[in-house]
Design a protein around this ligand. Structure first.
Ligand code: PBG
Length: 325
């Protein structure tokens, strides 16, 4: 025998030992399931580029949430898909207390108080320009957008939202929203900031789902350059100081280094958004039987956890929960 004092294979020799030395694992408790809400009754339409993911009318969304809760999947992030007629330059519908989004949140919290509801704060689902901020003369105006975002967040908090999720990437929005929430008595409502949200091509299927692609230009004046990671530390510093409760990195897979960077440098829970394009790629290849979709899903989620995210937003959440039953 060759003299090898260290033989790492000893700790891999059977499944029990492997599980004994396993450093990371994913459970349903780590996951947030993004759900798409649409107008109407008894309506469910599949998103073409996201097999098995649907836009639900509120009655069916409640049923979907109920079936997730039975699987132990308790946290949801809601996105509204609105008719173009409701969209305008100022995203007026986003602060309509009687609108589809807040009224559905109210219904969910009434029926399932144990469900945790995270919202989306950004103008794009409501904007006729398809941008996350207020557009004037082709520019996305930062400070003018903050008022709109804060109003939107307040309506969501009043409706019963547990976690507010600003996904807009305007400067100063976390502090601005935190102050608005606190001034109105919502000190217990959390903020999960989309801290390092990159200008990414991986959002394509999501924009199909909401029909929310920008009508002109791109999002590069507010979302981050995929070439940068030090800049993520700057964003994280700001969000930390402005009162964020979670720091999120988005997308997840091409940004595992950024997840690790934030986890190494900040004592807040780190979240990662395993986005629509990441889901679509796995589903498309699995459909062609080029990969084993279930095994790839589990490996992807594990890699995001290992990189340092304790919370994962993922379209795989329900099928992962089902696979554990
Ligand atoms: C926009 C928003 C986007 C996503 C969540 N919120 C897309 C974008 O910035 O254009 C993407 C989520 C996904 O791709 O799964 N506020």
């Amino acid at each position: 025998m060759i003299n090898l004092p260290q033989r790492p294979r000893r700790n891999r020799k059977n499944a029990t030992i492997r599980s004994l030395v396993q450093e990371n694992s994913v459970t349903v408790n780590d996951l947030i399931f993004p759900l798409f809400l649409t107008e109407g009754k008894n309506k469910r339409s599949e998103i073409t580029s996201m097999p098995n993911i649907y836009r639900y009318s509120s009655d069916l969304l409640l049923k979907e949430i109920e079936s997730c809760l039975k699987l132990g999947l308790n946290t949801f992030c809601l996105f509204p898909s609105l008719n173009d007629k409701l969209k305008d330059k100022k995203a007026t519908e986003s602060s309509n207390k009687k609108g589809l989004y807040p009224s559905t949140i109210k219904e969910i919290k009434k029926k399932f108080p144990e469900a945790i509801i995270m919202t989306d704060v950004a103008m794009d689902p409501y904007s006729s320009d398809g941008h996350d901020g207020f557009v004037k003369n082709g520019q996305i105006l930062n400070d003018e957008t903050l008022d709109i975002l804060a109003k939107m967040a307040l309506v969501q908090a009043e409706a019963g939202a547990d976690i507010i999720g600003p996904s807009d990437m305007m400067d100063g929005r976390v502090g601005f929203i935190r102050e608005a929430l606190d001034d109105n008595g919502f000190t217990d409502v959390s903020i999960m900031s989309y801290t390092a949200k990159y200008a990414s091509a991986f959002y394509g299927p999501f924009r199909d789902a909401l029909d929310s692609a920008p009508k002109f230009g791109d999002k590069k004046t507010y979302q981050m350059d995929p070439a940068n990671s030090r800049e993520a530390l700057l964003e994280a510093d700001l969000d930390f100081n402005e009162g964020a409760d979670f720091l999120m990195v988005k997308p997840a897979l091409s940004y595992l280094d950024v997840i690790k960077l934030l986890n190494d440098n900040f004592n807040l829970p780190i979240a990662a958004y395993n986005v629509s394009g990441e889901y679509a790629m796995v589903k498309a290849a699995a459909e062609k039987k080029w990969i084993d979709g279930d095994k790839i899903r589990d490996e992807i989620l594990l890699s995001i956890k290992r990189a340092g995210a304790s919370v994962i937003l993922t379209y795989f959440a329900k099928e992962f929960a089902l696979s554990k039953k």
